[in-house]
Design a protein around this ligand. Sequence first.
Ligand code: SF4
Length: 188
Amino acid sequence: MPEKGDRLKTLLHVCCGPCASSCIPRLREEGIDGITLLFANSNIDTREEFEKRKAAAEVLAKAEGVKIETLEYDHGDWLEKVAKGFENEPEKGRRCERCFRYNLAKAAEYAARNGFDAYTTSLTVSPHKVTGMIFAAASAAAPFLEMDFKKKEGFKKSVGRAAELGLYRQAYCGCEFSKAESERRSGK
Ligand code: SF4
């Protein structure tokens, strides 16, 4: 595993702009620079929603002076390889585990292909996600940097920074199943 504190050329998989907003300063605090963002989220339910979240991540990249790359959106592939047979799983369940594995594999492959020293993910910011499950889902195709971005008030800081930048903040995790769950919870 790469050491924090090395000046690593690091790829940050960005689940969304708001979550990533506290990860960039946190990586810099750790002495990790050379950050590039990767928006690789075929888990998102519609192209329209994908584009909205991507635009927010681009605003963040510009504000932080970092590059951002995007992988092609293919929700059909995600439904087939991740969700099929796991549609009724609750959040934090097996569908999410498979989803992390899918997105992190794409990020790891991208990192390996493009000469990054390491990759990590903004997914650990969310209090709705289990950090250990995310770490366990990381692909070994490239060195994974185990950053628990919830620590040091990461989520609270992300809410503040996202508001400062006026970033679009979604009301559900990403897939149609999480949207339905969130609507049920809020009584819609
Ligand atoms: S709830 Fe979120 S993490 Fe879980 S499968 Fe859906 S998009 Fe992926």
